[in-house]
Each structure stands twice: as structure tokens, then as C-alpha cells.
Design a binder for this molecule. Structure first.
Ligand code: KIV
Length: 266
């Protein structure tokens, strides 16, 4: 398969092709997603929760994001890799935003970065795009704003909040983001935003009308997470119990002296 590029992702909207996106945090899962034909792999700061068991994403560091991004990039031949700018890596100054975005590309091998927030993040977003690093926006329920939002709450239910989000989406598109995550908002609002933009929207908890969909792979595969499984997740398998059965079988084999057998011995 020919390597996908950022312009290919943008074109998919014009061609009416839906964009399936999943997260990955390591080489092995990135390889599986890439071989299965996922066009965009997202190295989310959700790694702090689903890989490290933390209660939210706020403590994820740049060094951790670089590590996970590099591991994922080594497993990708086909997909575009987009890496998250973690909390406080782009809000403190434009210089910091540029330096940290460059680290994800230079040290991590990402082809684009994702930045949470609408108008309040515009200065950082523009500065990163000015370096020719493509940026994916992220509006609606932005997990890095958990304390300001008072929890993981659906955004844009009131009409003035919905108007603000439409405005944010337009401003981000004007600033040059190549696509935008719409998280945790009513499906009608996501539909309106998707129709108003020429760049692709990638939904998560935003209904079926977005140009693409993203899920945290650990959630859709059925692995443990410190967070209660959100309503929008569809579980495609029960990996936790599949792994658990294999581990129990291994324990029984070792205890019974059945492993290793002649076949596994030199
Ligand atoms: O951190 C993450 O994984 C994300 C996506 C699920 C949108 O931001």
C-alpha cells in the first residue's frame, strides 16, 4: 500500500470517504493498525490513562509523548502518525509550543501534532503551522480542561456554547489546521460544524455525521481503563478476558510441568 500523507487525509473529505482513526502507544499495536489499513494513527495523551493507569491526562510529559510517538512511528509504514501535544506543552508560550511540536516530529517521527482548544489555542497553533508542522485541532470536550469543565461533560448543549464551538471551528480552519477532532458534543452540532468546514472532522462521542471517527484502541479492544467506559465506545472484542484465559492456561501448564515441552527446548 502507498504511504498515506496529510494531503491524502484532507482529500478524503472531498472524495466522500470516511476516515477511520485509532490510537496507538506502542510498536506492536501500531503495526497491527497499520497492516489493517488504518490511515491515521493517533498517539493520544490518553496513554497516561490507558497505558499508565493515571486518573487523567494532565500529568503526561513531553518526554513520555516522544517515547510513545517514536515507538508507534517505528511500527508504521502506511498510516499518518499524529501525536498529541500534552498539557502545558503549548499554553505557556509560543516558543515552547514550537519547540515541543518540533520534538514530536524530530525525535518522535510524528507527521503532525494535535492541539486541544479553540480560540484560546490559536496563537500556539499558528506558530506551529508556521514551521510547516501540520496541526489537527480538537474542540468540544477537551480532556486537558477537565478541571475547568468540572469533569468529562458533553459540551455545546446550550445554544451560546454551541455558537462558540462553531466559531472556534471556523477560526481553527482559518488558521490552517488540516483536520479537527470533535469530542463529546451533540450530534446535531457536530453535523453543523462538519458541514461548515472544508477540512475533515474526526468525531469521538460526537455522533455519526463527522468525516471520520476515532476511538482509544484499548477501549474498543476491551482492555482495562481507569475511566468508566463512555457511552460512545463500541467494544469490538474482549481482549482482557482473552489475555486472562491465555495467562491462566500458561500458569496451569507451568505448574503441571507441561511447559516447556521438548518442542520448546534446545
Ligand atoms: O488522547 C487521545 O487519545 C485523544 C483522542 C481519543 C481524540 O485525544
Amino acid at each position: 500500500m502507498k504511504k498515506i500523507t496529510i494531503p491524502d487525509i484532507v482529500k478524503m473529505k472531498a472524495e466522500g470517504r470516511k476516515i477511520p482513526v485509532l490510537t496507538a502507544y506502542n510498536y506492536a499495536i501500531a503495526k497491527v493498525l497499520d497492516n489493517a489499513g488504518i490511515p491515521l494513527i493517533m498517539v493520544g495523551d490518553s496513554c497516561g490513562m490507558v497505558e499508565a493507569g493515571r486518573e487523567n491526562t494532565l500529568t503526561v510529559t513531553m518526554d513520555e509523548m516522544v517515547y510513545h510517538t517514536r515507538s508507534v512511528a517505528r511500527g508504521r509504514d502506511y498510516a499518518v502518525v499524529v501525536s498529541d501535544m500534552p498539557f502545558a506543552s503549548y499554553q505557556t508560550s509560543v516558543v515552547e509550543a514550537r519547540r515541543n511540536a518540533a520534538r514530536l516530529v524530530k525525535e518522535g517521527g510524528a507527521e503532525a501534532v494535535k492541539v486541544e482548544g479553540g480560540k484560546r489555542s490559536l496563537r500556539a497553533i499558528k506558530a506551529i503551522i508556521d514551521m510547516d508542522i501540520p496541526v489537527m485541532g480538537h474542540i468540544g470536550l477537551t480532556p486537558q480542561s477537565i478541571h475547568a469543565m468540572g469533569g468529562y461533560r458533553v459540551q455545546g448543549k446550550a445554544s451560546e456554547d454551541a455558537d462558540r464551538l462553531v466559531d472556534d471551528a471556523r477560526e481553527l480552519e482559518k488558521a490552517g489546521v488540516f483536520s479537527m477532532v470533535l469530542e463529546g458534543m451533540p450530534q446535531t452540532l457536530a453535523k453543523d460544524i462538519t458541514a461548515a468546514l472544508s477540512i475533515p472532522t474526526i468525531g469521538i462521542g460526537a455522533g455519526p455525521h463527522c468525516d471520520g471517527q476515532v476511538l482509544v484502541s484499548n477501549d474498543m479492544l476491551g482492555l482495562e481503563s481507569p475511566m468508566k467506559l463512555p457511552k460512545y465506545v463500541k467494544r469490538y472484542m474482549d481482549l482482557k478476558n482473552i489475555i486472562s484465559s491465555a495467562v491462566v492456561e500458561y500458569v496451569i501448564d507451568v505448574e503441571a510441568g507441561r511447559f516447556p515441552s521438548k518442542e520448546q527446548s534446545y
